[in-house]
Design a protein around this ligand. Structure first.
Ligand SMILES: C[S@@+](CC[C@H](N)C(=O)[O-])C[C@H]1O[C@@H](n2cnc3c(N)ncnc32)[C@H](O)[C@@H]1O
Length: 279
Protein backbone atom coordinates (compact mmCIF):
# COMPACT_ATOMS: atom_id res chain seq x y z
CA UNK A 1 0.00 0.00 0.00
CA UNK A 2 2.67 2.48 1.05
CA UNK A 3 4.68 1.67 -2.09
CA UNK A 4 1.67 2.14 -4.35
CA UNK A 5 0.69 5.38 -2.62
CA UNK A 6 4.20 6.67 -3.28
CA UNK A 7 3.96 5.67 -6.93
CA UNK A 8 0.78 7.70 -7.38
CA UNK A 9 1.51 11.39 -6.94
CA UNK A 10 -1.08 13.01 -4.68
CA UNK A 11 -2.25 16.50 -5.59
CA UNK A 12 -2.63 19.20 -3.01
CA UNK A 13 -4.64 21.31 -5.47
CA UNK A 14 -7.28 19.73 -7.68
CA UNK A 15 -6.70 20.01 -11.43
CA UNK A 16 -8.22 23.23 -12.69
CA UNK A 17 -7.67 24.99 -9.38
CA UNK A 18 -10.06 25.63 -6.49
CA UNK A 19 -13.16 26.08 -8.69
CA UNK A 20 -12.71 22.72 -10.35
CA UNK A 21 -15.77 20.45 -10.47
CA UNK A 22 -13.37 17.61 -9.61
CA UNK A 23 -13.48 16.99 -5.91
CA UNK A 24 -10.57 16.21 -3.65
CA UNK A 25 -11.78 13.03 -1.88
CA UNK A 26 -9.99 14.06 1.30
CA UNK A 27 -12.17 17.09 1.95
CA UNK A 28 -15.91 17.67 2.22
CA UNK A 29 -17.54 18.59 -1.09
CA UNK A 30 -18.86 22.13 -1.15
CA UNK A 31 -22.23 23.01 -2.63
CA UNK A 32 -23.35 19.38 -2.59
CA UNK A 33 -25.91 18.10 -0.11
CA UNK A 34 -27.13 14.72 1.07
CA UNK A 35 -30.63 16.20 1.24
CA UNK A 36 -30.52 16.82 -2.53
CA UNK A 37 -29.29 13.25 -3.10
CA UNK A 38 -32.19 11.89 -1.05
CA UNK A 39 -34.83 13.84 -2.96
CA UNK A 40 -33.15 12.92 -6.26
CA UNK A 41 -33.49 9.19 -5.50
CA UNK A 42 -36.87 9.52 -3.87
CA UNK A 43 -38.18 11.13 -7.06
CA UNK A 44 -36.28 9.07 -9.64
CA UNK A 45 -36.40 5.51 -8.25
CA UNK A 46 -39.29 4.48 -10.56
CA UNK A 47 -37.29 5.73 -13.57
CA UNK A 48 -34.19 3.90 -12.25
CA UNK A 49 -36.20 0.67 -12.10
CA UNK A 50 -37.51 1.13 -15.63
CA UNK A 51 -34.15 2.19 -17.05
CA UNK A 52 -31.51 0.32 -15.05
CA UNK A 53 -33.53 -2.62 -13.75
CA UNK A 54 -32.63 -3.65 -10.19
CA UNK A 55 -28.92 -2.81 -10.43
CA UNK A 56 -28.48 0.96 -10.42
CA UNK A 57 -25.00 0.97 -11.91
CA UNK A 58 -23.80 2.97 -14.91
CA UNK A 59 -20.66 0.97 -15.62
CA UNK A 60 -21.28 -2.75 -15.80
CA UNK A 61 -21.05 -5.84 -17.98
CA UNK A 62 -24.04 -6.50 -20.17
CA UNK A 63 -26.00 -9.12 -18.20
CA UNK A 64 -27.09 -8.97 -14.57
CA UNK A 65 -25.61 -12.44 -14.04
CA UNK A 66 -22.19 -11.30 -15.30
CA UNK A 67 -22.34 -8.25 -13.02
CA UNK A 68 -23.25 -10.39 -10.00
CA UNK A 69 -20.58 -13.04 -10.53
CA UNK A 70 -17.98 -10.38 -11.33
CA UNK A 71 -18.77 -8.47 -8.14
CA UNK A 72 -18.78 -11.60 -5.97
CA UNK A 73 -15.26 -12.33 -7.14
CA UNK A 74 -14.02 -8.74 -7.09
CA UNK A 75 -15.28 -8.13 -3.53
CA UNK A 76 -14.15 -11.61 -2.43
CA UNK A 77 -17.59 -12.52 -1.09
CA UNK A 78 -17.89 -16.00 0.42
CA UNK A 79 -20.35 -18.12 2.40
CA UNK A 80 -20.71 -17.17 6.05
CA UNK A 81 -19.81 -13.49 5.72
CA UNK A 82 -21.61 -10.50 7.22
CA UNK A 83 -21.88 -7.77 4.60
CA UNK A 84 -22.96 -4.12 4.65
CA UNK A 85 -24.16 -2.72 1.32
CA UNK A 86 -23.84 1.03 1.87
CA UNK A 87 -26.08 2.81 -0.64
CA UNK A 88 -27.96 -0.35 -1.58
CA UNK A 89 -30.60 0.99 -3.98
CA UNK A 90 -33.62 -1.31 -4.13
CA UNK A 91 -31.50 -4.22 -2.89
CA UNK A 92 -30.90 -5.74 -6.35
CA UNK A 93 -27.22 -6.52 -5.76
CA UNK A 94 -27.74 -7.64 -2.13
CA UNK A 95 -30.54 -10.05 -3.10
CA UNK A 96 -28.50 -11.47 -5.96
CA UNK A 97 -25.44 -12.02 -3.74
CA UNK A 98 -27.56 -13.67 -1.03
CA UNK A 99 -29.22 -15.94 -3.57
CA UNK A 100 -25.80 -17.27 -4.65
CA UNK A 101 -24.11 -17.35 -1.26
CA UNK A 102 -24.99 -17.83 2.40
CA UNK A 103 -24.40 -14.17 3.32
CA UNK A 104 -26.07 -12.01 5.96
CA UNK A 105 -26.44 -8.67 4.21
CA UNK A 106 -27.53 -5.36 5.71
CA UNK A 107 -28.37 -2.65 3.21
CA UNK A 108 -28.78 1.06 3.87
CA UNK A 109 -30.13 3.66 1.50
CA UNK A 110 -31.22 7.27 1.80
CA UNK A 111 -34.47 7.00 -0.13
CA UNK A 112 -37.56 5.60 1.66
CA UNK A 113 -38.98 4.67 -1.77
CA UNK A 114 -36.01 2.33 -2.26
CA UNK A 115 -36.53 0.75 1.18
CA UNK A 116 -40.16 -0.02 0.27
CA UNK A 117 -39.11 -1.52 -3.07
CA UNK A 118 -36.35 -3.55 -1.40
CA UNK A 119 -38.66 -4.94 1.30
CA UNK A 120 -41.19 -6.05 -1.32
CA UNK A 121 -38.41 -7.91 -3.14
CA UNK A 122 -36.99 -9.42 0.06
CA UNK A 123 -40.42 -10.81 1.00
CA UNK A 124 -40.61 -12.69 -2.31
CA UNK A 125 -36.99 -13.84 -2.61
CA UNK A 126 -35.63 -17.34 -2.14
CA UNK A 127 -32.25 -16.88 -0.56
CA UNK A 128 -29.35 -18.95 0.73
CA UNK A 129 -28.53 -16.07 3.07
CA UNK A 130 -30.54 -13.12 4.35
CA UNK A 131 -31.03 -9.47 3.43
CA UNK A 132 -32.37 -6.60 5.54
CA UNK A 133 -32.66 -3.02 4.29
CA UNK A 134 -33.15 0.19 6.23
CA UNK A 135 -33.31 3.89 5.58
CA UNK A 136 -30.29 5.86 6.74
CA UNK A 137 -27.38 8.08 5.87
CA UNK A 138 -24.07 6.30 5.32
CA UNK A 139 -22.23 9.30 6.77
CA UNK A 140 -23.55 8.11 10.15
CA UNK A 141 -22.82 4.40 10.07
CA UNK A 142 -21.80 4.31 13.74
CA UNK A 143 -25.32 5.34 14.75
CA UNK A 144 -26.89 2.66 12.52
CA UNK A 145 -24.81 -0.43 13.33
CA UNK A 146 -23.06 -1.39 16.55
CA UNK A 147 -19.41 -2.40 16.63
CA UNK A 148 -17.14 -4.37 14.38
CA UNK A 149 -19.63 -6.71 12.79
CA UNK A 150 -18.96 -6.84 9.04
CA UNK A 151 -16.56 -8.87 6.90
CA UNK A 152 -17.25 -6.63 3.91
CA UNK A 153 -18.54 -3.13 3.31
CA UNK A 154 -19.66 -2.60 -0.30
CA UNK A 155 -20.02 0.82 -1.94
CA UNK A 156 -21.42 0.15 -5.39
CA UNK A 157 -21.59 3.47 -7.25
CA UNK A 158 -22.82 5.12 -4.07
CA UNK A 159 -19.72 6.83 -2.62
CA UNK A 160 -19.78 9.41 -5.47
CA UNK A 161 -22.86 10.90 -3.78
CA UNK A 162 -21.16 11.47 -0.42
CA UNK A 163 -20.67 14.92 1.03
CA UNK A 164 -17.71 13.51 2.93
CA UNK A 165 -15.78 10.49 1.67
CA UNK A 166 -13.83 10.69 4.92
CA UNK A 167 -16.88 10.26 7.17
CA UNK A 168 -18.24 7.38 5.09
CA UNK A 169 -14.95 5.49 4.83
CA UNK A 170 -13.92 6.06 8.45
CA UNK A 171 -17.37 4.85 9.55
CA UNK A 172 -17.06 1.79 7.32
CA UNK A 173 -13.59 1.04 8.69
CA UNK A 174 -14.92 1.12 12.24
CA UNK A 175 -17.65 -1.42 11.42
CA UNK A 176 -15.28 -3.97 9.88
CA UNK A 177 -14.13 -7.01 11.78
CA UNK A 178 -10.33 -7.28 12.01
CA UNK A 179 -9.16 -8.24 8.51
CA UNK A 180 -12.50 -7.20 6.97
CA UNK A 181 -12.47 -5.45 3.61
CA UNK A 182 -14.07 -2.51 1.88
CA UNK A 183 -14.94 -2.78 -1.81
CA UNK A 184 -15.57 0.43 -3.73
CA UNK A 185 -16.81 0.49 -7.34
CA UNK A 186 -17.21 4.00 -8.65
CA UNK A 187 -16.02 6.72 -11.02
CA UNK A 188 -13.12 9.18 -10.98
CA UNK A 189 -12.39 12.22 -13.13
CA UNK A 190 -9.84 11.61 -15.88
CA UNK A 191 -6.60 13.46 -15.18
CA UNK A 192 -6.07 15.98 -18.00
CA UNK A 193 -3.10 17.82 -16.51
CA UNK A 194 -1.02 16.52 -19.41
CA UNK A 195 -3.74 17.64 -21.88
CA UNK A 196 -4.81 21.04 -20.53
CA UNK A 197 -6.67 21.85 -23.76
CA UNK A 198 -9.29 19.26 -22.68
CA UNK A 199 -9.89 20.68 -19.23
CA UNK A 200 -12.54 23.23 -20.14
CA UNK A 201 -14.76 20.72 -21.95
CA UNK A 202 -14.27 18.23 -19.12
CA UNK A 203 -15.24 20.83 -16.53
CA UNK A 204 -18.41 21.69 -18.45
CA UNK A 205 -19.32 18.01 -18.72
CA UNK A 206 -18.60 17.34 -15.04
CA UNK A 207 -20.72 20.27 -13.89
CA UNK A 208 -23.63 18.94 -15.90
CA UNK A 209 -23.06 15.44 -14.51
CA UNK A 210 -23.19 16.82 -10.96
CA UNK A 211 -26.28 18.86 -11.73
CA UNK A 212 -28.23 15.94 -13.19
CA UNK A 213 -27.04 13.07 -10.99
CA UNK A 214 -26.27 14.79 -7.67
CA UNK A 215 -22.81 13.27 -7.51
CA UNK A 216 -19.32 14.76 -7.52
CA UNK A 217 -16.46 12.71 -8.93
CA UNK A 218 -13.00 12.88 -7.34
CA UNK A 219 -9.52 12.62 -8.76
CA UNK A 220 -8.19 9.11 -8.28
CA UNK A 221 -5.00 9.88 -6.30
CA UNK A 222 -6.96 11.64 -3.55
CA UNK A 223 -9.19 8.56 -3.15
CA UNK A 224 -6.16 6.34 -2.73
CA UNK A 225 -4.53 8.82 -0.37
CA UNK A 226 -7.61 8.95 1.86
CA UNK A 227 -7.93 5.16 1.99
CA UNK A 228 -4.27 4.97 2.96
CA UNK A 229 -4.59 7.75 5.57
CA UNK A 230 -7.55 5.96 7.17
CA UNK A 231 -5.34 2.93 7.76
CA UNK A 232 -6.58 0.54 5.09
CA UNK A 233 -4.15 -1.80 3.37
CA UNK A 234 -4.68 -1.80 -0.38
CA UNK A 235 -5.47 -5.17 -1.96
CA UNK A 236 -5.94 -3.66 -5.42
CA UNK A 237 -6.92 -0.52 -7.27
CA UNK A 238 -7.85 -1.13 -10.89
CA UNK A 239 -10.10 -0.35 -13.79
CA UNK A 240 -13.01 -2.81 -13.90
CA UNK A 241 -11.97 -5.88 -15.82
CA UNK A 242 -15.30 -6.38 -17.59
CA UNK A 243 -16.28 -5.06 -21.01
CA UNK A 244 -18.43 -2.09 -19.96
CA UNK A 245 -21.80 -1.32 -21.45
CA UNK A 246 -23.70 1.91 -20.86
CA UNK A 247 -26.98 0.77 -22.38
CA UNK A 248 -28.77 0.62 -19.00
CA UNK A 249 -27.65 4.14 -18.23
CA UNK A 250 -28.84 5.27 -21.68
CA UNK A 251 -32.24 3.63 -21.08
CA UNK A 252 -32.53 5.56 -17.82
CA UNK A 253 -31.83 8.83 -19.61
CA UNK A 254 -34.60 8.03 -22.09
CA UNK A 255 -36.91 7.52 -19.09
CA UNK A 256 -36.02 10.85 -17.47
CA UNK A 257 -35.66 12.82 -20.70
CA UNK A 258 -32.58 14.45 -19.16
CA UNK A 259 -29.50 13.16 -20.98
CA UNK A 260 -26.01 13.98 -19.74
CA UNK A 261 -24.75 14.28 -23.37
CA UNK A 262 -21.08 15.12 -22.69
CA UNK A 263 -19.30 17.25 -25.29
CA UNK A 264 -16.49 14.71 -25.52
CA UNK A 265 -16.39 10.93 -25.25
CA UNK A 266 -17.64 9.97 -21.74
CA UNK A 267 -14.35 8.07 -21.21
CA UNK A 268 -12.45 11.35 -21.58
CA UNK A 269 -14.45 12.83 -18.71
CA UNK A 270 -14.81 10.01 -16.18
CA UNK A 271 -13.61 6.43 -15.82
CA UNK A 272 -14.70 3.58 -13.59
CA UNK A 273 -12.46 2.21 -10.85
CA UNK A 274 -12.58 -0.58 -8.30
CA UNK A 275 -10.76 -0.61 -5.01
CA UNK A 276 -10.48 -3.42 -2.47
CA UNK A 277 -8.76 -2.67 0.83
CA UNK A 278 -8.39 -4.40 4.18
CA UNK A 279 -8.95 -2.75 7.55
C1 LIG B 1 -26.33 4.69 -8.18
S1 LIG B 1 -27.30 4.10 -6.84
C2 LIG B 1 -26.54 2.49 -6.58
C3 LIG B 1 -27.45 1.57 -5.82
C4 LIG B 1 -26.91 0.17 -5.57
N1 LIG B 1 -25.59 0.22 -4.98
C5 LIG B 1 -26.92 -0.66 -6.82
O1 LIG B 1 -25.85 -1.06 -7.27
O2 LIG B 1 -28.02 -0.93 -7.33
C6 LIG B 1 -26.67 5.04 -5.46
C7 LIG B 1 -27.27 4.65 -4.13
O3 LIG B 1 -26.56 5.33 -3.08
C8 LIG B 1 -27.49 5.71 -2.11
N2 LIG B 1 -26.93 6.81 -1.32
C9 LIG B 1 -26.43 7.97 -1.77
N3 LIG B 1 -26.05 8.75 -0.74
C10 LIG B 1 -26.33 8.04 0.38
C11 LIG B 1 -26.19 8.31 1.77
N4 LIG B 1 -25.70 9.49 2.22
N5 LIG B 1 -26.57 7.35 2.64
C12 LIG B 1 -27.09 6.18 2.21
N6 LIG B 1 -27.26 5.87 0.91
C13 LIG B 1 -26.88 6.80 0.01
C14 LIG B 1 -28.71 6.10 -2.88
O4 LIG B 1 -29.86 6.13 -2.05
C15 LIG B 1 -28.73 4.98 -3.93
O5 LIG B 1 -29.38 3.87 -3.38
Amino acid sequence: MARLAQMVSVRSVPPGGGRSPIRDARVRASGHSTRDVESYYQHNTPAYLRGFGEFFQGSRPDSDEQLVSYTIEAAQLADGQDVLDAGCGVGGPALAFASHLDLRIEGVTLAPAQVDEARTRIAKAELKGSVAVRQGDFHQLATLYPGRQFDRVLLLESLCHAESYRDVLAGARDLLKPGGKIYIKDFYAVDHRARPERTEAQNTDLKRLTDIYKLVVPDLPSVLDLVSELGFQLVYLRMPEFEPTYRHWAQYEVETGRPWSPHTQPGEVIQGFELLAQS
